[in-house]
Write a protein that binds this ligand. Sequence first.
Ligand code: GAP
Length: 514
Amino acid sequence: MISQEDLFKKIIAHSKEYGFIFQSSEIYDGLSAVYDYGQNGVELKNNIRKYWWDAMTRLNENIVGIDAAIFMHPKTWEASGHVSAFNDPLIDNKDSKKRYRADVLIEEYLEKIEGKIQKEIDKAANRFGDAFNEKQFRETNQRVLTNQQKIDETKARFIKALEDNDLAELKKIIEDAEIACPISGSKDWTDVRQFNLMFSTQLGSISEEANTIYLRPETAQGIFVNYLNVQKTGRMKIPFGIAQVGKAFRNEIVARQFIFRMREFEQMEMQFFVKPGTEMEWYNYWKEKRLKWHKSLGMGNEKYRFHDHDKLAHYANAAADIEFLFPMGFREVEGIHSRTDFDLGNHEKVSGKKIQYFDTEENKNYTPYVVETSIGLDRMFLSVVSNAYNEETVENTGDQRIVMKIPPVLAPVKLAVFPLTKKDGLPEKAREIMDTLKFDFNCQYEEKDTIGRRYRRQDAIGTPFCITVDHQTLDDNTVTIRYRDTMEQERVAIDKLGSIMEEKVSMKKLLKEL
Ligand code: GAP
């Protein structure tokens, strides 16, 4: 069995080899935690973005989209709390000189102990078979009880330290837990200090008295500052939402795990403005709605779970993550946050402009509350490619194939058209088919190498359908269609291809089921 770590390495190598993701500026040895999307990656990314955008803006009459600028007035980030509170607690190991996020070190420690408990449980489950009672085992096994106590105590201290912003206590937890640097093995740590994650730059030339501005760390603020514009020009009535897709930037310290945590990334966010007091109802509504969107892609319902936050961000009164089972375990792919009137209220204070809604039913003004759904496009991309990667042995031939079982609706190329040979008018016939289908589906034409090799290349990029044009095609206008996942082949009439494709890769069908 391949380890999860090796699997992840293979996914990264495959993503590069087949034009999904390249390291940024690779010819200069790359730029840490920054990535470029290649010819197949960009198609997949566009498809994910479209599926999200259409689900938000077309399926909900009361949600509209905007596209705000990345640069914003610096006061935005004072009002939003990012200047004072968008920090990570950092700690350095004095021997390796490596820098870590103190909270991540503690979380990893907790996960390790959790792993030890799970091992005991798995062992006992094996030993006792059907008679095994996990609850009873957890309540009585001494090793499990000791470890669980360690988890509970450390977690309680950790949550309190984060809430109180107590950096000395964070260090003390690391010391008490005897957490060692993974590189040097040493437990000699510096004090913990706060580090702001925003990138800053200068607007205007120095001579014109340049102003420090920030690259936005979330797209949400572009929506908040446009709340009045959209509400008034769109004559929007509460509850209503504003959706946006765009780049965000964070100077992440623990920037690893490929495109999971990047310094430049893309967010797909929707702020839903509601009447104060109804926010928990909408929060639960959006939690379920968003989970349904994820599950609709058919990547396996068991691969998703909610994680309700213990520690809330500076703007939230309730928050949950939708986690996906990545090769490195369950991790956040999307956050749903109840942000109260924190953002609009603060923008009102800092800008001095009235940002309120006049509710005609209630006959009064109020500052709307906000429920936000925020998903990382790149992280969603990673969930799709890591879930899609499959190594298989082909039954009859014993050949190995790597097949990307990407949900067909998201696949970069929907169908590939192959003439069996390069002569006898087959290429012309194949091109004719391409020319009718290419307006609706992203198609690829391939005539080089054996059909088997062409199949392998298309499997590796996740193309759901390959069409082969042979001599019989010239006689009866039929082709073979070969299915990526089952490798089954079927003879079909050319004029049926459009409807077959539509049925299998149509976003419309998926959207209708949401
Ligand atoms: N507006 C709320 C907000 O930004 P967040 O939990 O910080 O909330 C939302 O981010 C989503 O953005 C995350 O669930 C994740 O998918 C994505 N994300 C956050 N930081 C990221 C990073 N450094 N690299 C890639 N994706 C990231």
